[in-house]
Design a binder for this molecule. Structure first.
Ligand code: ADP
Ligand code: ZN
Length: 215
């Protein structure tokens, strides 16, 4: 399947994308994961992106489009892809539309995952992420703790609170979402691609998406 996952930070896009990869072998493409990997590796891209990310600001559109133009042409995307955290602005959505037209790729659906604001805040402040860039497993100290405190179940690396998950950066990210990303809901509604999902569980969101894509 070829789809975009929309939703505020903490809506569960990453978790849903990971579950969907198991359905039909589509690859998850998370711009956040790619950027964090670049920051850790100290690449030119990482150096440019780091300050924006730490502050909870968006990374400039041209950097993101450069990443995505390359990524979408890699062979593993032929089976399908799940875009997680991209596009994030109207200019990115317009640029993606042009890029997909150029590559002859048609999207199946744009799923907007709706979660109440208070629930988002609860989730983000209790979220922990594996530091291993190859793994990036996500935990929640309340609802989904690792078996051993502070240690990733999957790879044994430490799990930590992300730099951009301090209370200040979180509220900045939510404001940025409202201002820059939420207009994409209307954009994709007009394109006839929007599916609204408000299931409280990630499994429910996955079921709604697979029903729409296969039906
Ligand atoms: P979340 O969805 O939880 O906010 P992500 O992992 O998707 O986190 O993104 C982390 C950070 O990476 C964002 O706050 C932003 O700085 C940057 N980023 C990720 N994707 C994009 C994008 N498409 N456009 C601009 N910046 C991005
Ligand atoms: Zn791990």
């Amino acid at each position: 399947m070829r789809l975009i996952l929309l939703g505020a930070p903490g809506a569960g896009k990453g978790t849903v994308a990971k579950l969907l990869t198991q359905v039909d072998g589509s690859v998850q493409i998370s711009t956040g994961d790619i950027l964090r990997g670049a920051v850790q590796a100290g690449t030119a891209l990482g150096k440019k992106a780091e300050a924006f990310m730490k502050a909870g600001d968006l990374v400039p559109d041209d950097l993101i489009m450069g990443i995505m133009e390359t990524r979408l042409q890699e062979p593993d995307c032929a089976k399908g892809f799940l875009l997680d955290g991209f596009p994030r602005t109207i200019p990115q959505a317009e640029a993606l539309k042009a890029l997909l037209a150029k590559l002859g790729i048609k999207l199946d659906v744009v799923a907007n995952i709706e979660v109440p604001r208070q629930e988002i805040l609860n989730r983000l402040t209790t979220r922990r992420t594996c530091v291993n860039t190859e793994c990036q497993a996500i935990y929640n100290v309340r609802s989904q703790p690792p078996k051993v405190e502070g240690v990733c179940d999957k790879c044994g690396s430490p799990i930590v609170q992300r730099d951009d998950e301090t209370e200040e950066a979180i509220s900045k990210r939510l404001d940025t979402y409202d201002e820059k990303t939420s207009p994409l809901i209307e954009f994709y509604r007009k394109e006839g691609l929007l599916l609204v999902v408000d299931s409280p569980s990630s499994e429910g969101v996955v079921a709604a998406i697979t029903a729409r894509v296969s039906g």
